[in-house]
Every structure is written in structure tokens, then in C-alpha cells.
Design a binder for this molecule. Structure first.
Ligand code: NAD
Length: 353
């Protein structure tokens, strides 16, 4: 049955992938609510902007009056909450914005959703969902062994992960205390098209293409569990449609790689797809730089609950997803050249000294 989805942060990397999928692959209507910070980009929504099932509202989730008015007017069946400050390095340079959007903004949105939900007729109340999108970083750092499962204790280490952990706790409390039908998903690192080039994978692809140094933090031994963004978007829609309120679901691709391994794979793909005889092998551009303060060693997700209970499986392996991603950056120069010529030009962030 077609539903009305209100998607916060829909102009960001993951939010725009969700919105493109909702419009292309489902019959649901979508309203994007986004403040359009440096990370929000309407060009990422251009492929679906002409759909009559898509609309956009330029607003801050921390603006209580606006949130109440937007929700009352749109009458959503589902609120998917992705709006956030999302870059760990920026949270080291300026944690205040992270507390404001991720903690205060989530509180404001929960209150507006609760007021709206309480006023719905009983049959619409039971179908309503507040879906909070979060990260595996709330669980802290793993040693060499083990996986994050849904019951894993929260041990956030960065201002970013602490602000996301706080927002997860608020969502959980609004379910238990007020009965708001809320769900939480915690996902591993995403990569794919339309990714803002301050994050590891797009930064390395673009620097490799342009023959610039490839800065690897520390010794490059930190391990991340990578998931192609469209596989995450698919999982999120499944959870919004079929997940059980009060539950949380971990999402990950069983794709653990050290950062240096990821950078080497990117170099090989860029060498193959965009050879440059003057540059030679891109691996020569790898430069080791000072580590991120408090850099978590390893994240890895146990995704067996969402696989077992909701039948989700990622479609891409790391190899196929990374190849698609490099191809997309080669074919979409206009998108990233505009981003690189603007607010962020590839400089180092989050050194904390
Ligand atoms: P992003 O930084 O690319 O996009 C965030 C979006 O939120 C932007 O469009 C921005 O304009 C918007 N926004 C920021 N502050 C806002 C505010 N106050 N009001 C309204 N809109 C605001 O982030 P992303 O990588 O797409 O991540 C989306 C969500 O998924 C975040 O909640 C993040 O914590 C979570 N997450 C991300 C990853 C990842 O690997 N990127 C992994 C797991 C979970």
C-alpha cells in the first residue's frame, strides 16, 4: 500500500539514495526535509525531482514550530530520520553543531512526531513509524575479534558517535515512555555514488584521479565494515515497512577491510579505468599522516537479525560496489567538481591540536 514518507536529511548521501529508491522502486510519496548544510545537495535529488510523488521542504529539524507545521500539513505515515552532522573529523573541530542537530534536533523531531501521532485516529496510529537511522560507531571500538550485535553495550568514543548514541537513547525512551512506534537501525560505513568527498573512499578516488597525495591516517590498519549505499537504502525501506516497533536492527555487509587495503584497491581500479602514463601507479601517491585522535581500531557488524527476520541481503560485494563507485565518479565529474570548488577542497580536518 502506498504510504507517505517524510525523510529528514534527504539531500545528504544516504538520504538521497533512500529518496531515489523510494521514488523509482516503490509507489510511496516522499517529502524531504533538509536544512541544506554543506553536506546537503539538491543535485543528488535531481534524478527524481520532477516526480509528482516527490516534494521538498527547506527546514531545520531543530525548529520546533516548523517541524510541527510540516508534519501536520504532510500527514506522514512514516518519518525516516537521517538528518545529522555526520563527519567524525568535523565533530572533533566543532562538537557544538553535532549536539545541536543530532541531539537537540532529534528531540525536537520526536516531540513534534509524538504530538502528531497522538492526534491520529487509532488505525493510523498503529501503522505509524518513526525510523531513526544511526551508526555502528555508537558501540565503540572492537579488538581483533567479535562483532557488534543489537545487544552490544553502547561505548561511543568520538563527539559524533556520542551525539548519535544520545539520539538513539532518546528514540528508545520515546518508544518505552510514550509508546511512539519507533525503530532504530545501526549501520556500518557506507560508500557509493553522491558521497561527499571528505570521506575516505570518495576523497581517495578524486585525489588519485587528480594525482594528489592520498593521506592515510596512522598506519592505515583501522578496520571498517563497508556497505554499498543502495544496499543500505534497501534495508532502510524494508525496516520502515516491515520492522517491529521498539526493535533495533544492525545493518552491515560483512566486508571488513583495513583502510590501507581499501586505498590500494581504489588505486588499482583508478589505474585500470583512468590510466595516466605520466602518473604511473597511483599507489605511489599514498602518504601516511598523523592519526585521528581517539581513532577506533575496528568496527564490524553482525547483520544476522535483519537477514533472518526481514530477509534482507546486500546485492553488492565490496569489489562490485567499489567498481561501480569509481565508475560513477568518472562519469559524474560535474557533480563533484562543483562540490570540490566550493566549501570543501580536500583539506585535513579533525586533528584536535
Ligand atoms: P550527510 O552528511 O551526507 O547528510 C546529512 C544531511 O542532513 C544533509 O543533507 C544535511 O543538509 C542534513 N542536515 C544536517 N543538519 C540538519 C538540520 N539541522 N536540519 C535538517 N537537515 C539537516 O550524512 P549521511 O552520510 O547521508 O548520513 C545520514 C544518516 O545516516 C546520519 O544520521 C548518519 O549518522 C547515519 N549513518 C551514516 C553512515 C555513513 O557511512 N555515512 C553510516 C551509518 C549511519
Amino acid at each position: 500500500m502506498a504510504k507517505k514518507f517524510l525523510v529528514t536529511g534527504g539531500a545528504g548521501f544516504i538520504g538521497s539514495a533512500v529518496v531515489r529508491k523510494l521514488v523509482r522502486d516503490t509507489s510511496h510519496d516522499v517529502l524531504v526535509v533538509d536544512k541544506l548544510t554543506y553536506a546537503g545537495n539538491l543535485e543528488s535529488l535531481a534524478p527524481v525531482a520532477n516526480s509528482p510523488r516527490y516534494s521538498f521542504e527547506h527546514a531545520d529539524i531543530a525548529d520546533a514550530g516548523r517541524m510541527r507545521a510540516v508534519i501536520a500539513r504532510y500527514q506522514p505515515d512514516v518519518i525516516m530520520h537521517l538528518a545529522a552532522e555526520s563527519h567524525v573529523d568535523r565533530s572533533i573541530d566543532g562538537p557544538g553543531e553535532f549536539v545541536q542537530t543530532n541531539v537537540v534536533g532529534t528531540y525536537v523531531l520526536l516531540q513534534a512526531a509524538l504530538e502528531y501521532w497522538r492526534g491520529l485516529p487509532a488505525e493510523r496510529q498503529s501503522g505509524f513509524r518513526f525510523h531513526h537511522i544511526s551508526t555502528d560507531e555508537v558501540f565503540g571500538s572492537l579488538g581483533e575479534e567479535g562483532l557488534f550485535h543489537e545487544e552490544y553495550p553502547y561505548q561511543p568514543n568520538s563527539p559524533y558517535s556520542a551525539s548519535k548514541a544520545a539520539s538513539d537513547h532518546l528514540v528508545r525512551a520515546w518508544f518505552h515512555t510514550f509508546g511512539l512506534p519507533a525503530l532504530i537501525t545501526n549501520c556500518s560505513n557506507n560508500y557509493g555514488p553522491y558521497h561527499f568527498p571528505e570521506k575516505l573512499i570518495p576523497l581517495m578516488i578524486l585525489n588519485a584521479l587528480e594525482g594528489k597525495p592520498l593521506p592515510v591516517y596512522g598506519k592505515g590498519e583501522n578496520v571498517r565494515d563497508w556497505l554499498f549505499v543502495d544496499d543500505h537504502a534497501q534495508a532502510l525501506i524494508l525496516v520502515a515497512e516491515k520492522g517491529v516497533p521498539g526493535e533495533s536492527y544492525n545493518i552491515g555487509g560483512r566486508n571488513e577491510h583495513t583502510n590501507i587495503d581499501v586505498v590500494r584497491k581504489i588505486c588499482a581500479l583508478v589505474d585500470e579505468m583512468a590510466p595516466d602514463p605520466d602518473l604511473g601507479a597511483r599507489e605511489r601517491l599514498i602518504t601516511y599522516v598523523a592519526d585521528r585522535p581517539g581513532h577506533d581500531l575496528r568496527y564490524a557488524i553482525d547483520a544476522s537479525k535483519i537477514e533472518r527476520e526481514l530477509g534482507w541481503r546486500p546485492a553488492e560485494t565490496f569489489e562490485s560496489g567499489l567498481r561501480k563507485t569509481v565508475r560513477w565518479y568518472l562519469d559524474n565529474r560535474a557533480w563533484w567538481e562543483r562540490v570540490r570548488s566550493g566549501v570543501y577542497q580536500g583539506q585535513r580536518l579533525g586533528v584536535a591540536v
